[in-house]
Structure formats: C-alpha cells, structure tokens
Design a protein around this ligand. Structure first.
Ligand SMILES: Cc1cc2nc3c(=O)[nH]c(=O)nc-3n(C[C@H](O)[C@H](O)[C@H](O)COP(=O)(O)OP(=O)(O)OC[C@H]3O[C@@H](n4cnc5c(N)ncnc54)[C@H](O)[C@@H]3O)c2cc1C
Length: 465
C-alpha cells in the first residue's frame, strides 16, 4: 500500500480521496476544519442542527451528494479533521492535532487547501464590525449568526452578490451592495461567462433577487472609509464625483479569491506568474502534477476555478498520482475528458475576472495612512517610503525592511495589497515584484510544539490517537 496524503477535505480533496479508494488505496485526509465540506459545503458543528437547503440553497443537491459520498468513504480512509498541515519536508508532512505534532510520511501528497479572500483594504477596515466576505459567510454557515443586523457588502467578485443574497434571506438587512467593478464589465464578460450558462444564470438570479428585495446595488464605486470610533457605523464611498455615506453595523468586503499556496511553496514547487490569478502560482501540468515529484495540486489552491472544477481537478490529480506510482494504468480517455471539461471552467473564470476585475487604481489611490498589514500595523505610506529610501523592488526585501507579512497571517491577508503597492511605487508590473516566500509554520502553532518537533517522530497510523 502506498502512502497517499491529501490536505483539504473540500470538493477537491474529497474527490481525490474517492478516486484513490476506488482502486484500493487508503489515503490520509487532513483538514483543519471540524467537519468535511471545505468552503462551499462548509457544515456547522454537529450540535447546530441546520437544514441543508437552508445552508446551501441552489447547491443543496450537489452538497448532499458530495458530503454523503465522503461520509460513506470514511471507513476506508484515514480522515483527520481538526488537523493543521503546517510544514512539508522531504516526503513528510508535519501536522498539528490537539496540540501535538505528527509526522506523516507520503509517497504522494495531494495539496487541495482551497482559497481565501483577496483583500484590497480601505481606510477604517481594521475597525470591529468589518469582515471579509468569506468570514461573513463562515459566520452564517458555521455559526448560524449574522455579522450585524444592518450590513453593507462591498468590493467585487461573485461572492459579493452571493453572500449579500444569503444574508438577505436569513434576516439580515442589507443596507447596500457596492461593487467596485462597473456594471459595463459584466456585459463585456458575457461571452466567456456563457461557457457555464447555468452558473451565469444563477449569478444573474442573485442580482435580480436582491433588486426585488429592494436592496440598493451600485457599480463602479470606490470604497473611501469605514466610519466609526469603537466599531463601524457607516461606510463612505464614491460613485463618480458624488460622495455618499451609508450607515451600517457591519461590512463584509473582498475582491475575489486568492489560492492558498504556502504548502506548495514549502514543498519546493516552482512558481510562475499567472495572469488569470494576478498572482504567483505553483506550476502544474494539466493533470495537477507540480514541479516536485510526488506533489500534486488540485482545486482552488491551484487555481480558483470553483467547486465543480475542484472536484474534477481532485480526481485528475489522484489519477496522475496513481499512474506515477505504477498502481493503475493510465486512463487516457477519462483523463482527457476531465482536462477538456476543466477548460470550460478556466474560460468561465476569465469571464469572472473581466466582470469583477479588482480596482485598477487601488494602489495609486490608497492613502498613506492606510494600514495594509494589520498584524504588524504597516501602512501604505511606510511601504512607499521604504521604496523611496532604499530602492526596494522585491517583496521579500520589502518584508525584511518593513515587517510586512511577518505576523500571524504570514502575508496571506496583506500580500495581494502590498505587492500592488510595491509595483505601483516602483512603476513596474505586478509580476516583477515577485512573491513572499512561504515560511513554516504557515499558520500559528504553539511554540512548545516547535520545541518538540523532531522530523524523525513518525507516528504509525495504528498508534496514533
Ligand atoms: C470563505 C469562502 C467561501 C466560499 N463560499 C462559496 C459559496 O458559497 N459558493 C461557491 O460556489 N463558492 C464558494 N467559495 C469558493 C469555493 O469554496 C471553492 O470554489 C471550492 O470550495 C473549492 O474547493 P477546494 O476543495 O479547492 O477548496 P476548499 O473548499 O476551500 O477546501 C479546502 C480545505 O482545505 C482545508 N485546509 C486549508 N489549508 C489547510 C491546512 N494548512 N491544513 C489542513 N487543512 C487545510 C480547509 O479547512 C478546507 O476545508 C468560497 C470560497 C471561500 C474562500
């Protein structure tokens, strides 16, 4: 039996596991969440009984199919929830569970860690009551609560309208939906969005429904400032020359998603600049093979293509791993079909990037006093001064000189904004400033555990608790 380890029990990881089980393998699946499902099919804690229709809306049938199939699979896999993967070393994965470290050796590692919000901050975004769109949805799906009674959703991306609609349906008063991308961009994107007509129709439905509910929708806006002293009380925004202030108790904002790539980085994968992601992404072939033998990339963690594509790429990566280890003969027809299907998802994503492009002038307009890195409280002005005074042109140098990205989030939150500011200050393309190198631990772990961590402590599965 070969040792397969999968990081992530979202659509990509679950489908990869299913593919491996189908040929008699018993993969280890680690996920830091308490229950399987990933972001889109996130499940509340077992004590919080919720109807699936209430949680997943249009996606209920799909969610049920995916979640139930994984549950049925569990006796045949080694599923480890509440387990954080925090380091990859020579063919081993370091994971944290219940305060203890485990070393998981692997012959094949399938990384399916998903994505998080791409955050381009605006003044006042660190006030209590301001959340990312993703966090607002997590509050609703996982904790069954709203981030506030009267909420503004702002930024851009499909999640903007989806989360606003979910809040409106669950008793939230949506004070406004403020899209930084202009309405005209949606029309420009239409030909590509039609690569997945059913999904495009769902998007149009969400917008129409919000309108019917009387929610104010504005396109082409600039987010100026979250107002308030103790917590957010209003959002000031611009539409053309007109400046508006809308009262609220909470804001959910974001500008699309960014892939979680730190584990691929620690595994030594080669990165290249992706025009689609507007970020440096680990290279992979059409099957999901990274540049490192035995390491495979799937789902939104490889490229943000959505849940259906995540399932496809998870299955494809598992097929590639099986083939590479000589466990099954290649399945050229199935593999080619999956790769072909994924092309439509990539085309659709290009449409989304046109429809919901992040604000082009964000870096030029960011005020000097804007906090960009909230862990280390580094402002836009400090970053600009660093470029002026030191001639810095590269992200890791900027980090060393300003501490940006050195805090708890390790740049997961601030790097998209900081790299745009650096490129703007230098006067170069985004690709030319490089990317923050991943460092272990990729997320906070207890210091005592680092002390205990010895790469040789391999805990066999049957002795593990
Ligand atoms: C907050 C958020 C909300 C979203 N909501 C929707 C939605 O409502 N509808 C929609 O169509 N799309 C939504 N998306 C996009 C959608 O989630 C994805 O397209 C889809 O879930 C991708 O599947 P995946 O398997 O690649 O990743 P995910 O579903 O994100 O699953 C990744 C899993 O990996 C785990 N993980 C990550 N890092 C580690 C680590 N270091 N150690 C252990 N486990 C780890 C996570 O806990 C997660 O369970 C959302 C995305 C985000 C970020």
């Amino acid at each position: 039996m070969k040792r397969f380890v999968i990081v992530g029990a979202g659509p990509a990881g679950m489908r990869a596991a299913e593919q491996l089980v189908a040929v008699g393998q018993r993969p280890v699946v680690v996920d830091e969440g308490t229950r399987h499902g990933g972001q889109i099919y996130r499940q509340p804690p077992a004590v919080l009984q919720r109807e699936r229709r209430d949680l997943y809306g249009f996606e209920t049938a799909r969610a049920s199919a995916v979640l139930d199939r994984f549950e049925a699979l569990c006796p045949q896999i080694d599923y480890r929830p509440e387990t954080l993967a925090w380091q990859v070393e020579a063919n081993t994965l370091q994971v944290l569970h219940a305060g203890r470290n485990r070393t998981l050796p692997f012959d094949a590692l399938i990384l399916a860690p998903g994505a998080t919000d791409r955050v381009l901050p605006f003044a006042g975004w660190t006030l209590p009551g301001v959340y990312t769109l993703g966090a607002a949805q997590v509050a609703l799906k996982y904790q069954g609560c709203l981030i506030g009674p009267r909420i503004i959703f702002a930024g851009t991306g499909p999640l903007l309208y989806l989360v606003a609609g979910q809040y409106a349906s669950h008793g939230g008063r949506v004070a406004a939906v403020l899209d930084t991308a202009p309405a005209s961009a949606k029309w420009l994107a239409a030909p590509r969005l039609l690569a997945r007509p059913a999904v495009a129709a769902k998007g149009a439905y969400f917008v129409a429904r919000l309108r019917m509910m009387g929610v104010a929708l504005h396109g082409g806006v600039t987010l100026v400032k979250a107002e308030g002293s103790e917590r957010v009380t209003a959002l000031t925004w611009r539409a053309g020359p007109a400046v508006n202030t809308t009262e609220c108790d909470a804001i959910g904002f974001g500008h699309g998603l960014r892939s979680e790539t730190q584990l691929a980085d620690l595994a030594g994968c080669t990165f290249e600049f992706s025009e689609l992601e507007q970020a440096w992404s680990p290279t992979r072939d059409a099957a999901g093979r990274s540049s490192v033998r035995g390491v495979y990339l799937a789902g939104d963690g490889a490229s943000v293509l959505g849940a259906d594509a995540a399932e496809l790429s998870g299955a494809r990566a598992a097929l590639a791993a099986l083939e590479d280890l000589g466990l099954t003969p290649a399945e050229p027809q199935r593999a080619a079909q999956i790769e072909h299907d994924l092309l439509a998802h990539a085309r659709f994503r290009r449409g989304l990037e046109t429809a919901f492009a992040p604000p082009l002038r964000w870096a030029a307009e960011a005020p000097d006093e804007l906090i960009v890195c909230r862990c280390e409280e580094v402002t836009a002005g400090e970053l600009r001064a660093c470029v002026r005074e030191t001639g810095t042109r590269e992200m890791n140098r900027l980090k060393a000189l300003t501490r940006i990205g050195m805090g708890r989030c390790q740049g997961r939150m601030c790097a998209p904004a900081a790299s745009r500011l650096l490129a703007q200050a230098v006067g170069c393309e985004l690709r030319d400033v490089g990317r923050l190198r991943g460092q272990a631990p990729i997320k906070p772990i207890p210091i005592a555990m680092l002390h205990d961590h010895a790469p040789s402590t391999v805990v066999p599965e049957d002795q593990d608790d």
